[in-house]
Design a protein around this ligand. Structure first.
Ligand SMILES: [Zn+2]
Ligand SMILES: [Zn+2]
Ligand SMILES: [Zn+2]
Length: 241
């Protein structure tokens, strides 16, 4: 997306309007402006419609002496399911033998990589090179899910707009769809509480560190409790049938 100006007051409304149209939102999208440095004129940070709670940080770069263009896009989504360790989209073959898949956390990667359609969509969404006319934009793209202790996990993607001279797309709807698909596909992780309060009666919390599961009678860390409860009940039902 290109502009014949470097003035934020001319560029920002066009970016907001385009993103709003892509998302089919009726009201202007809430956002804030963040100052840039070097080649970056400024950043715009948008709250995207949930679920899951998501954000887009778009970088606006100088283009020549008088123009500007949209550069790197940083998408993120707060997922409710947790993950034990980082998982990321890898361009190289993994143990599965597939050409492309997820690497890192074994439990999450097994599920994510098995969904070939999801892998393909994530790979297509993670763009690292854009050539428009004589302008080449190259970035170090990335697609990663990281644990957020106490709050599930965070999906973070660095990418570029989906090509086209003036018709480039933020592909924001696709990001929200991918985030929702990852939320569904991630395995349910059960983390048993290791809080020192269980052995020391003098430690107490305002907010409980865990809840006792009525099905398996274990102390489940509070941020995995709801997912665990659903999963544990279903598993027990399956076992007795
Ligand atoms: Zn505790
Ligand atoms: Zn506890
Ligand atoms: Zn349980």
């Amino acid at each position: 997306m290109f502009f014949n100006s470097q003035k934020a007051e001319k560029i920002a409304p066009k970016i907001e309007a385009k993103l709003r149209k892509e998302l089919g939102a009726t009201a202007p999208l809430s956002h804030r402006m963040v100052g840039g440095e070097g080649g970056a004129l400024f950043y715009m940070e948008f709250a995207l419609p949930s679920p899951p709670p998501s954000r887009l940080l778009a970088c606006v770069l100088k283009n020549g002496l008088l123009g500007a263009m949209v550069g790197e896009l940083f998408y993120s989504a707060q997922l409710s399911k947790t993950i034990r360790s980082r998982a990321w989209l890898a361009r190289e073959a993994q143990a599965s033998g597939a050409a492309i898949g997820f690497a890192g956390d074994a439990e999450a990667c097994e599920k994510l990589t098995a969904d070939r359609r999801l892998v393909g969509r994530a790979a297509a969404f993670t763009r690292d090179r854009e050539i428009i006319s004589t302008t080449v934009i190259e970035i170090k793209s990335g697609f990663e899910i990281a644990p957020q202790p106490g709050a599930g996990s965070l999906l973070a993607v660095r990418t570029l707009m989906k090509g086209g001279w003036f018709s480039g797309s933020f592909d924001a709807r696709e990001f929200l769809d991918i985030a929702a698909a990852i939320e569904t596909t991630l395995p349910v992780v059960t983390i048993e509480c290791k809080c020192p309060c269980h052995g020391d009666e003098y430690i107490s919390h305002f907010v409980a560190c865990c809840h006792r599961c009525p099905h398996c009678n274990r102390d489940i860390a509070y941020w995995t409790y709801e997912n665990h409860l659903k999963h544990c009940a279903a598993e027990r039902r399956g076992a007795t049938m």
